[in-house]
Design a protein around this ligand. Sequence first.
Ligand SMILES: [Zn+2]
Length: 105
Amino acid sequence: MQRCEGCMAYQFYPRTICSHCGGQGLVWSKVSGRGRIKSFTIVRRGISRAYEAPYVLVLIDLEEGPCMMSSLVECDPDSVVVGALVSVAFQSWSSDIEMPVFKLV
Ligand SMILES: [Zn+2]
């Protein structure tokens, strides 16, 4: 995730300047991959074969601060609750694209 060398804040999504202080000294930094569910919705009608329903779209409050939209995988959609702990996993979408998704801890 991007981190500002000036104010040390993390930000997501990537930008050309720091969204906290306007600094331009941004570097890539490893993060924990952990967070909590801030909000979610259960999609019960898939838009294509690539999105088999039901599936869970989540907003994750990452431990480092930023909020990230993603998918919650390998879970019973009806058991998902706000505040649940999650950790990142990666789904292969192609030979060169890995997408971050989350699993319940
Ligand atoms: Zn900054």
